[in-house]
Design a protein around this ligand. Structure first.
Ligand SMILES: [Fe+2]
Length: 414
């Protein structure tokens, strides 16, 4: 096992303090790539609907390693490292498309949809001169393959032979929530991408944090979308690594009475949307559901808008967020229009989500140098178990406990 950096030594059993060095230390970042993103976990890489036909591909990442996901001629999904076996260039620079083979632009080595090397230009040289030796074998130079599996229309990949079966990794507390949104075939509506100048774990905390949602996001409270006095809570898997956060409307007057009595920021009842159709929507899935699956997948249902969010670390102080908006194949035109309109709530400039990137960045800007200072995670007590309230930091503690287990190799809470 590699040396556990100082930041993790002396960390208490239930993490209620998180040292700031975990958000900017390069050694920690590199250890995460090894122990988490190349460790015994599954990373979400695509929706099945994005690679529906043989030859469809999508370029993405597992941790910070570039990866291509394809649909093979055999109809199965494949994933491999997007790095030519020849001289290390990206084989695939497009984000998505359909091809019979993937060809590296540098020297045109080409690979089939399962990542096998199938073509090398000038292999025999020209007029008997140059080229590769006779004993050079194409089959010894495939792209590095990842294990691939899918659940409910979501495709996952892992570098690890040790990772448990995908359905077990997701676990019985989480799969019903996936089934809920993926009960029928989905249709891709579009993408948004965003670079945030902050550590990826600040965003992993954010989507597990029901406490901030009515405080940071004034749009929520102003237009009655989300209040901490709503019915709701969090459900964890047995490790505390995954989290389903739910918020459901109560009768307006009960919600306001509880909210107003709680000393929270006042409900600004005097404001009205100039275009109320933004939130009008159609009856479908209830409330707001933010489903965080360790390490970097968020599946969101906010009223009628559905999306996966991929959290991709780029550097200790930089991550990318890739949002894939989707609806269902059987949506009528009006429903698609509703989903797209409500998509304005999320993404880089979303009426709600915009502040989350901002929140991560103002933490990153403030924690410089003070490696041993720490954040405080005490809301909801020190426990890591399901909650039926929206004023807790329980799922964030669950994230950190499992994070520490992976980094230290200590599986005491398993
Ligand atoms: Fe938020």
């Amino acid at each position: 096992m590699s040396i556990v950096p100082n930041a993790l030594s002396g960390w208490t059993e239930t993490p209620t303090r998180v040292p700031y060095s975990l958000f900017f230390d390069r050694e920690i970042y590199d250890l995460e790539q090894e122990k988490i993103f190349r460790g015994p976990i599954w990373s979400y890489v695509a929706l099945e609907a994005e690679i529906a036909k043989p030859g469809d591909f999508r370029a993405t990442f597992v941790g910070d390693t570039p990866v291509v996901v394809t649909r093979g001629e055999d109809g199965k999904p494949h994933a491999f490292v997007n790095r030519c076996a020849h001289r290390g260039a990206l084989v695939c620079s497009e984000m998505r498309g359909n091809k019979k083979t993937l060809e590296c632009p540098y020297h045109q080595w080409s690979y089939d949809l399962a990542g096998r090397l199938v073509g090398v230009p000038f292999r025999r040289g020209i007029e008997g001169k140059g080229g590769y030796p006779k004993e050079f074998r194409l089959e010894e130079h495939s792209l590095r393959r990842l294990r691939v599996d899918s659940y409910g229309g979501l495709v996952f990949a892992t570098f690890s032979d040790e990772a448990e079966p995908l359905a077990d990794y997701l676990g019985p507390a989480m799969t019903p929530w996936i089934d809920r949104l993926f009960a029928k075939p989905v249709r891709i509506l579009g993408y948004s991408r965003q670079f945030v100048n902050a550590n990826w774990k600040l965003y992993a905390e954010n989507t597990r944090d029901p406490y901030h949602a009515s405080l940071l996001h004034l749009f929520h409270t102003t237009f009655g979308m989300y209040r901490s006095s709503q019915d709701g809570g969090i459900t964890l898997d047995r490790h505390g690594r995954h989290d389903m956060l739910r918020a459901m409307r109560r009768a307006e007057k009960d919600e306001l009475a509880a909210f107003d009595g709680s000393g929270l920021r006042a409900y600004a009842g005097q404001y009205k949307l100039a275009d109320p159709s933004l939130l009008a929507g159609r009856k479908e899935h209830e409330g707001i559901h933010i489903h965080s699956l360790f390490p970097g997948l968020v599946i969101q249902q906010i009223q009628n808008t559905l999306a996966t969010r991929q959290l991709l670390p780029k550097a200790p102080d930089k991550f990318e967020l890739v949002v894939t908006h989707f609806g269902y194949e059987d949506d009528d035109e009006e429903m698609t229009a509703i989903r797209l309109k409500q998509a304005n709530l999320i993404g880089p400039a979303g009426y709600v989500s915009m502040e989350d990137g901002y929140a991560a960045e103002i933490v990153q800007q403030a924690i410089v140098r003070d490696a041993q200072a720490s954040s405080v995670l005490e809301a909801g007590g020190g426990t890591i178990e399901d909650q039926e309230n929206l004023v807790n930091e329980t799922a964030i503690r669950g994230f950190w406990r499992y994070y520490r287990e992976l980094l230290t190799g200590d599986a005491r809470a398993a």
